[in-house]
Design a protein around this ligand. Structure first.
Ligand SMILES: Cc1cc2nc3c(=O)[nH]c(=O)nc-3n(C[C@H](O)[C@H](O)[C@H](O)COP(=O)(O)O)c2cc1C
Length: 172
């Protein structure tokens, strides 16, 4: 799909058929994560693939925002492997994880796979259910699958601030 068409068509899918994401598509989505840029190319991302009934049942204990999706990817970063900005100690990890997640969100759309980015999950419960070590920080959950017939964009999808509110030229 043409890129601008793809980013225009994409919306957060919150109603899914029960079908799991096909292996070929999942592989391409994960490849998009693999190719994402990261600070100093340190690649601190860690992606937990949840694609079995057992894993999805565990996920449902960690968030209400699973929308019955049959597949999910939890994008995390390893805090011991991030690039660190010396001036203020800022870590690249959260940014790296978000870029990785965005690559996968768009790759999913390109594969005809519907997806919603979910931040509203309990990270403590997530750690407990999936044995996530202390140095691995969960950032973004992508719930995904094939859009059900009744899937439609939420009204927020088409609400945009005027660009003059969000873009500044030359000075703030
Ligand atoms: C950082 C981030 C966190 C989000 N968290 C949630 C969430 O917890 N639950 C949810 O239903 N949608 C969540 N969303 C989806 C947004 O609500 C959605 O992207 C936004 O309203 C625009 O709609 P669209 O994706 O259909 O264009 C999140 C999106 C982003 C980028």
């Amino acid at each position: 799909m043409e890129f601008y068409e793809l980013i225009k068509n994409r919306y957060s899918v919150r109603s899914f058929t029960g079908e799991r994401v096909k292996k070929e598509s999942l592989d391409k989505i994960l490849e998009a994560a693999h190719l994402a840029p990261t600070g100093c190319n340190f690649q601190p991302q860690r992606i937990l693939v949840l694609n079995t009934t057992e894993a999805i049942e565990k996920l449902q204990k960690c968030t209400r925002s699973h929308f019955g999706a049959p597949t999910a990817l939890l994008v995390c970063y390893n805090k011991d492997e991030c690039w660190t900005r010396k001036y203020d100690g800022a870590l690249s990890g959260p940014v790296d994880a978000c870029i990785v997640a965005t690559h996968m969100l768009l790759a999913a759309e390109n594969e005809g796979v519907g997806c919603t980015w979910v931040m509203h999950f309990n990270p403590f419960k997530m750690r407990e259910e999936f044995n996530i070590p202390e140095n691995i920080i969960p950032v973004a959950l992508l719930v995904m699958g094939y859009a059900a017939e009744d899937a439609k964009p939420h009204p927020y999808h088409s609400e945009f601030r005027d660009m003059c509110e969000t873009v500044r030229y030359e000075k703030f």
